[in-house]
Ligand binder design. Structure first.
Ligand SMILES: [Zn+2]
Length: 98
C-alpha cells in the first residue's frame, strides 16, 4: 500500500486532470484532512523535483471578488482574500508536469 505520501504521489502521477486535496484523499483512499495533504505536498514537491518532475498548483481564487493567488508559493488554500477579506476561497488544484 505504501505510506500516505507515496499514495498521494501515485495519485498525482497517474491522474490526467488537476486534483484538489479533497479529490486526492478520495482517490488515494486516505483518511486525512486537506490541510495534512497540503503539508505532504510540500514534501512531494521536493521528491518529484529530484526526479525532474514539476508539481504545479492551479492557484486558488476568491469566489467573491475574483482575486487570484497567482504568486503563492505555499501549496495550500489561503484562509482569506487580501483584497476583499472574504473567506470564500476556492481549493487549489494540483498536477504534475514531466
Ligand atoms: Zn476577494
Amino acid at each position: 500500500m505504501g505510506t500516505r505520501r507515496e499514495r498521494i504521489m501515485e495519485v498525482l502521477l497517474s491522474s490526467d486532470a488537476p486534483l484538489t486535496a479533497e479529490a486526492i484523499i478520495e482517490a488515494a483512499g486516505l483518511d486525512m484532512k486537506p490541510r495534512d495533504v497540503y503539508e505532504e505536498l510540500e514534501h512531494v514537491r521536493k521528491t518529484l523535483r529530484r526526479q525532474g518532475i514539476k508539481l504545479v498548483m492551479v492557484p486558488p481564487e476568491c469566489r467573491k471578488c475574483g482575486y487570484v493567488f497567482k504568486d503563492r508559493e505555499r501549496l495550500s488554500r489561503p484562509s482569506r482574500c487580501p483584497q476583499c477579506k472574504s473567506e470564500r476561497i476556492s481549493s487549489p488544484l494540483f498536477y504534475v508536469i514531466r
